[in-house]
Design a protein. Sequence first.
Length: 75
Amino acid sequence: MAEQLEIKPAGIPIVGDSVRDLVAGEALGCLPVLVRTGKGLRSLASGNVKPETLVFDDLASFVDDWLQTPNTLLT
């Protein structure tokens, strides 16, 4: 999708609730974001989430924050 829209994956967030989701996003060059819902709390407790990973309570919290943050994807 990024290729079709001619945008770089580095600025695209990938939101997930597991370490596996985050690793997949990083492999694509995306910005990994963890939500605490679903498996998120277990993922955090595993100690396998990188300290620099953005973490939100849920998807709605992430979306609210993302829409209020200036970013080049929306311009």
